[in-house]
Design a protein around this ligand. Structure first.
Ligand code: ZN
Ligand code: ZN
Length: 574
């Protein structure tokens, strides 16, 4: 799908027009088109070719013509033309707080600033303050914005910091005088990556609480310290802000700082229509503060049920809440077993038995052992002979650990030609076959999609693992057509995985939500290579909740007996 590529071009076109001081209405039209195209679930190329693009509100004639140009020629001439008028890297500065197109134009015309480093130097040399309409305050703000931007451009995968932040929260709760504390922001919404941490605490003696907070061992450096708020740098390299509020405002503040921004903007609109005002201190009726110790009171006052934080992205959740139609999301303790577990037979670090015993400790009823198949030599993939030996060992351990059950599985490579790495006679003997891509990532969309569809057409393939192959901060998804994959998964009763490994989280929230619309069922697997990694399950559940999935959408929420039946359904239907 070319949707994202096209959306990015229109977004940049808008920026360029604004920067060049051209017609602001056209600039806004490009920006709007960019947002619409970014959110389209269908392939824009198909919509264009079927003439359906014109039915979408906000997509006018001139946009359609440019989309067509891109589809036919791979580029848009207007974009290329503007591009050639603006130095490379200059527009990136528009992402910096305090720098808008007009400011940027002045900086470029007067000081010939074209990139990040030149602008930092100009601030340090105090050149900005002397520009007309700028001054020292604006110079200071720009420098602050630049430094903040530099820090933020790296976002931490949530799984990398989750335990540290949970521990930090415990420490905050233990500070004398703290009544309640919670982590707000994108961490609470379980976003896949986190920029910085917002901590909220309630208590009276605010200055003492803040003083104790700054002395915690996980804090590397104090950035700023006030009466009710302070900012610190954690040992992990993240920034964390603590706010201490009155316990009667705790719910309202928690709601406010959890965001997302778009969710809160919409809520404020609803509040305004009802004659209320919401801000970080609470809900006001005129000048009167409505006490909100609990977050649910904020929603209740606006006539809404409480909305789970993972849903708060203004993706339709407020409208559903207004109709009292919110889905009942999967809960963090709903999982009954892990479906993607490696052992020392391939590249895992612990024995099958050790992994099973760790799963029992977590309260699971079953796991599926899924070591790599023979072609994946770097991961000690199992030749058929060793796979058969593994199956015998599993039978033996199952006799010892009953009623807990280890299912016999494999993570089988989908080879270049779309065939699987074991023959059917072998796959047939396994309870649960994962098919996945570990090579040929660069295949074009047609070929990659065909490889995955082929795998799903095999009656023994139970699930596709990490279906888009992306690695956070490291590798883009491969070129698979999500819609085609979802249709085939649904048609063949093949599950799609939500891989909970901290840097995969694949399917992600957006794709999982699309898949659900096509009737796909999911499993959440941790892809654990040691027993501690079984704990990564929560990140997968977080993604599932962000995708609005319920318990019944996810097969490994079922108990042992139901799960045993579910994984046979595909084979029976074929
Ligand atoms: Zn894999
Ligand atoms: Zn794996």
């Amino acid at each position: 799908m070319k949707n994202k590529e096209i959306a990015r071009i229109f977004d940049e076109l808008g920026d360029m027009l604004e920067f060049l001081g051209e017609n602001p209405f056209r600039a806004r039209a490009y920006k709007r088109a960019s947002q619409i195209i970014y959110g389209l679930p269908e392939d824009i190329e198909k919509l264009y070719k079927s003439g359906k693009l014109s039915e979408i509100k906000g997509i006018g004639e001139s946009i359609i013509q440019k989309v067509g140009e891109f589809i036919d020629k791979g580029k848009i001439s207007a974009y290329e033309e503007y591009r050639s008028k603006i130095p490379e890297g200059l527009l990136e500065l528009l992402s910096v707080p305090y720098i808008g197109p007009v400011t940027l134009r002045t900086l470029y015309k007067t000081l010939h600033i074209t990139n990040f480093d030149e602008l930092i130097k100009a601030c340090e040399d105090k050149l900005i303050r002397n520009l007309p309409n700028f001054g020292p305050k604006k110079e200071e703000n720009i420098l602050k914005g630049l430094l903040r931007y530099k820090e933020q451009s790296f976002r931490f995968p949530i799984g990398l910091i989750y335990d540290d932040i949970t521990k930090l929260l415990e420490d905050v709760k233990n500070i004398p005088g703290v009544i309640r504390a919670e982590i707000a922001g994108s961490f609470r919404r379980m976003k896949e990556t986190i920029g910085d941490i917002d901590i909220l605490a309630s208590g009276r003696n605010t200055t003492e609480i803040i003083r104790d907070f700054t002395k915690l061992p996980t804090i590397k450096e104090i950035i700023s310290e006030g009466e009710t708020k302070c900012s610190v740098l954690l040992l992990t390299g993240m920034q964390a802000d603590l706010r201490v509020v009155d316990d009667n405002s705790f719910g309202a503040c928690l709601q406010y700082f959890t965001g997302s921004k778009n969710h809160n903007v919409k809520l404020r609109g609803i509040a305004k229509d009802m004659g209320f005002k919401i801000n970080e201190y609470g809900i006001f009726k005129g000048d009167e503060l409505i006490p909100c110790p609990d977050e649910s009171i904020v929603y209740k006052t606006l006539g809404l049920p409480w909305i789970p934080p993972e849903m708060r992205e203004d993706n339709g959740e407020i409208e559903l809440a207004q109709k009292c139609n919110l889905p009942k999301l999967i809960e963090y303790n709903d999982i009954k077993g892990d479906v993607h577990v490696h052992s020392t037979y391939s590249d895992g670090g612990e024995s099958i038995k050790a992994m099973a015993e760790a799963a029992i400790k977590k309260g699971y009823e079953y796991i599926v052992i899924t070591d790599h198949s023979q072609s994946l030599k770097i991961a000690k993939g199992l030749e058929i002979e060793r796979l058969i030996r593994q199956m015998e060992e599993i039978d033996k351990i199952n006799r010892e650990l009953a009623p807990f059950k280890i299912f016999k599985g494999s993570e089988v490579d989908i080879k270049h030609d779309g065939t699987l790495d074991y023959p059917d006679e072998i796959l047939k003997q396994l309870d649960f076959v994962i098919a996945s891509i570990h090579s040929g990532f660069k295949d074009d969309e047609k070929k990659m999609t065909k490889r995955i569809l082929n795998a799903m057409e095999n009656k023994y393939v139970t699930m596709i693992a990490h279906p888009t192959g992306r690695i956070l901060n490291a590798r883009d998804p491969y070129n698979v057509n999500i819609i085609e994959m979802c249709k085939m998964a649904s048609k063949t009763n093949t599950f799609l995985e939500i891989n909970a490994y901290f840097d995969r989280l694949d399917l992600n929230d957006i794709n999982a939500r699309i898949a659900k619309e096509y009737g796909v069922k999911f499993c959440i697997g941790t892809d654990s290579h040691n027993s501690i990694q079984l704990n990564m399950m929560i990140y997968g559940i977080g993604q599932a909740r962000r995708a609005w999935l319920t318990k019944s959408d996810i097969i490994n929420t079922k108990n042992l007996q139901e799960f045993t039946e579910e994984i046979k359904i595909k084979r029976k239907k074929f």
